[in-house]
Design a protein around this ligand. Structure first.
Ligand code: PBG
Length: 324
């Protein structure tokens, strides 16, 4: 028999805990929250059990509950009625919009939390795309102007971290310049760097009613077949001033998380997206697996792959378990 017996290091819970290489912490989490118009509204998203669209009054309560659990970061997404959407996403840079007013209110009430935003045209666009659509094409440089205005409005509304999720070329540099020229050099950018054209965003698009009205997002989001392209995106985003870079989705792209972690010294974040959440919830509801255990194992694997930050719909549930 070999003298090496790896099982000796697994013989008790205490030894296992002692030599554990990866530890999940509530500090790692950013919790995405969906905002809707109105008062006293809390609507569950069908394809994301346990996740709701909140009106601002209830969203503030939700944040307080999460803060009590130790969650420090929130990413807010607006869900707009069709009457607020247009071709140029003009509502996205209105300082009096539901979203921008909410950011200000949240930041006034919760000084110590980190508020992250989303920058992309889709929730505000009548075409359901992340950029301006002309003759079936998504315009790049024209879209940057809108993204810049959106970024500035969010910065003025008190956001800590801006999250460009649109995948237009040059957007990080463009946004950084707009922010710096307006005196917002302290506002951070977490770029959606390696954002793949993924089927796992389906439930999110239900939540915001933001699915593209035609076509898909393959001319701007990355091809799931590609690895080295993620290095090009990361080089550009960092050169252009991104403070943190993101991989999205997370679970089907753990190799990309590891690749970016091994090659760059900025914090790496991973977006454990809506479809990844929905799969575990659905299987749990059917009794096909233990949802809690599958959740913790998934989050741990994202951390083990190299994510410093995990954006996840599981944040609240996982925080409860970690606090036990
Ligand atoms: C908007 C955006 C999307 C997500 C985050 N920001 C959807 C998309 O690109 O179509 C997806 C998040 C998720 O699925 O949880 N650009």
């Amino acid at each position: 028999m070999n003298i090496r017996r790896p099982r000796r290091n697994r013989k008790s819970a205490s030894i296992r805990a002692m030599i554990e290489e990866t530890t999940l912490s509530i500090n790692d989490f950013i919790y995405p929250l969906f905002l809707i118009e109105g008062l006293g509204k809390k609507e569950e998203i069908t394809s994301m059990p346990g996740i709701y669209r909140f009106s601002l009054d209830l969203l503030l309560k939700e944040i307080q509950e999460c803060v009590n659990l130790g969650i420090k970061g929130f990413c807010i997404f607006p869900s707009l009625g069709d009457n607020k959407k247009d071709k140029y996403a003009t509502e996205s840079y209105n300082l009096n919009s539901l979203y921008n007013k909410a950011l200000l209110k949240i930041k006034t009430q919760f000084k110590d939390v980190v508020i992250m935003t989303d920058i992309a045209m889709d929730p505000y666009s009548s075409d359901g795309h992340d950029g301006i659509v002309e003759n079936g094409e998504i315009l790049n440089d024209e879209t940057l102007e809108i993204l810049g205005k959106m970024a500035l409005a969010q910065a003025k509304s008190g956001a800590d971290i801006l999250g460009p999720s649109d995948m237009m070329d040059g957007r990080v540099g463009y946004i950084r310049k707009v922010l710096d020229e307006a005196g917002y050099s302290q506002v951070s950018i977490m770029s959606y760097t390696a954002k793949y054209a993924s089927a796992f965003y389906g439930p999110f698009r239900d939540a915001l009613d933001s699915a593209p009205k035609f076509g898909d997002k393959k001319t701007y989001q990355m091809n799931p077949a590609n690895t080295r392209e993620a290095l090009i995106e990361a080089d550009l985003d960092i050169e252009e001033g991104a403070d943190m870079i993101m991989v999205k989705p997370a679970l089907a792209y753990l190799d990309i998380i590891k690749l970016l972690k091994d090659n760059y010294n900025v914090p790496i974040s991973a977006y454990n997206v809506s479809g990844e959440y929905a799969m575990i919830k659905a299987a749990d509801e059917k009794g096909w697996l233990d949802g809690e255990k599958a959740m913790m194992e998934s989050l741990l694997s994202i951390k083990r792959a190299g994510a410093d930050i995990i954006i996840t719909y599981f944040a609240k549930e996982a925080a409860r378990l970690l606090n036990k």
